[in-house]
Design a protein around this ligand. Structure first.
Ligand code: HEM
Length: 502
């Protein structure tokens, strides 16, 4: 053997040993001594079920449920993940075991951004409690769920209606306009600024938000095997996501936070989320109270509000429009209800909401079927517990599969059918069905639920009142109801027409 080849093997040996040690550590099954829920399919050595999560995971989750039951396990590179598919079990765990599942799954994305335990969705324990309670109280001050916010939404609804009317019935993919419109509502609350729909900087910010939301789920999936990021290219869109996120932070959240810090005047009433948060920060500092309110958390929160607060709501509105193309009779019934209860001389407002039972039922049915956040937010188990005789050990990750609940035949009977009447009782009143959980459940339930509900009602009622929604081409096949799967479920791109009702 030559000297060169000896050197080669000497160098390779430590690499081999380190790899072996890493694999050994990774694949030690920390859950092996527990009676964990069953695995639906056999796992691969080392990586477990990791690579099975690629592709149409929505369908796979249902196939696995048929094999293994409502609660089942997956092994992701040695870490136990437990999927909950049944409403009663989700309620039992997410509500009754709330103290043991406070934190969301640690994501590789937070490492890339250096944002471990930062903001809201990634914040943990005491930090999360303080950020969440402060944020909710600020949003309430600005009228979340009340008239003040409703006025902002109504202004935006009037703008988007005019924009849609200006299309003069020409077919258009309106995903971006809707997104911009809803983003404007949260932006005016968060940083006190709304943008023109044609503003190219705003539109490119919206595109970045789409990228941020679309691939944020990949960061979580990748977390157990983050070494894959070193593969050549950007197969899993990690670099694209990191770039878009940094651009939102540097081009939007950070400049506004810095600007308001410079201009801060404690004698002025806060006009937006940023200034209200800065005031809370200052109050706690003056009182010398130990606090996690700081600039880093605030910058991350503004980005989260902007992302979580625009994409989700506008996607739901888009789903509603798409379902209406498929169900023109439902559309006409909503229109007639609006004419009978509101008329066509003024925009519907929040006082009209209780009167528009059928529209409320339609929105519920769209949220059920679209299930736009199909897996909810995954949580880390900080203390072991048992459920239905299974052990859920500390350190495992649990998934609330909202999609399974929304399509459970035991709950809905005919879940595949679009039938808003399922939300109306025999007296014609709206039925509150607790199994409808588009905003999640438990202590970390969506922070913007009240705002989102107002937006869905006000934007949609205004559109139903003014337009008839029509397909691009009446004689061609209707656009598909099959979703594009990203972090959220989004309709495939489609064009439609907005015909003014005169
Ligand atoms: C139709 C619209 C929306 C849907 C379907 C939706 C859905 C969800 C879901 C499923 C969760 C996870 C809840 C859980 O883990 O139990 C969540 C969390 C969250 N949502 Fe929404 N959301 C919507 C609108 C909004 C809006 C408008 C905002 C902004 C104000 C917002 C801000 C948040 C935040 C900050 C969290 C994280 C809460 C925490 O970690 O404590 N969402 N949302």
């Amino acid at each position: 053997m030559s000297i060169e080849s000896n050197t080669f093997w000497l160098l390779l040996a430590p690499v081999g040993l380190i790899t072996f040690y890493w694999l050994w550590k990774k694949t030690r099954k920390s859950y092996a001594q527990f009676n964990v829920p069953p695995f639906p399919v056999r796992q691969w050595p080392v990586v477990g079920h990791f690579f099975m999560l690629f592709g149409d995971v929505r369908d796979k989750i249902q196939v696995w449920r048929k094999k293994a039951g409502d609660i089942y396990s997956l092994d992701l590179v040695g870490q136990l993940h437990v999927l909950f598919n049944n409403f009663d079990d989700i309620k039992e765990v997410w509500v009754k075991q709330a103290d043991k599942i406070v934190n969301t799954q640690h994501s590789f994305g937070d490492e890339i951004l250096d944002e471990y335990n930062t903001g809201i969705t990634s914040a943990r324990d005491e930090n999360w409690k303080e950020q969440r309670s402060t944020s909710i109280s600020i949003l309430r001050t600005f009228g979340m769920g009340k008239n003040l916010m409703a006025e902002k939404i109504l202004e935006e609804a009037a703008v988007i209606n005019d924009k849609l009317a200006s299309l003069k019935g020409q077919p258009k993919d309106v995903a971006l306009i809707l997104n911009a419109s809803v983003a404007n509502v949260i932006s005016s609350v968060a940083v006190g600024k709304r943008f023109d729909y044609e503003d190219p900087d705003f539109l490119s910010l919206i595109q970045r938000l789409n990228t941020f939301v679309k691939y944020i789920g990949n960061m979580q999936v990748l977390t157990p095997l983050k070494q894959l990021v070193h593969l050549p290219g950007d197969l899993l869109h990690v670099k694209e996501w990191a770039k878009a996120t940094a651009e939102i932070t540097e081009g939007y959240s950070k400049p506004y936070v810095r600007q308001y810090q410079r201009e801060y005047n404690e004698n002025e009433e806060p006009q937006n989320f940023v200034t209200a948060y800065l005031r809370e920060m200052k109050k706690k500092k003056d009182k010398k109270v130990q606090s996690n309110l700081n600039e880093k958390n605030l910058i991350a929160i503004i980005r989260t509000l902007f992302a979580a607060g625009s994409d989700t709501t506008s996607t739901t509105i888009l789903w509603c429009l798409l379902y209406m193309l498929h169900h023109p009779r439902v559309q006409e019934k909503v229109f007639r209800e609006i004419v009978a209860n509101v008329g066509t001389e003024r925009l519907p407002n929040m006082a009209d909401k209780p009167k528009l039972t059928y529209l409320n039922a339609v929105i519920n049915e769209v949220q059920r079927m679209a299930a736009i956040a199909p897996i909810g937010l995954r949580r880390e188990v900080s203390e072991s517990f048992t459920v239905r005789g299974f052990s859920i050990p500390q350190g495992s990750i649990i998934w609330p599969v909202i999609d399974s609940v929304h399509y459970d035949p035991k709950i809905w009977g005919d879940p595949e059918n679009f039938r808003p009447e399922r939300f109306i009782d025999e007296n014609g009143s709206l039925l509150n069905r607790e199994e409808l959980i588009p905003f999640g459940i438990g202590r970390r339930v969506c922070m913007g639920e009240a705002l989102a509900r107002m937006e869905l009602f006000l934007f949609l009622s205004a559109m139903f009142q003014r337009f008839r929604f029509e397909a691009e081409n009446k004689s061609a096949e209707l656009p598909s109801l099959k979703a594009t799967i990203g972090t959220t479920l989004v309709p495939q791109p489609f064009q439609m027409r907005f015909i003014e009702r005169k």
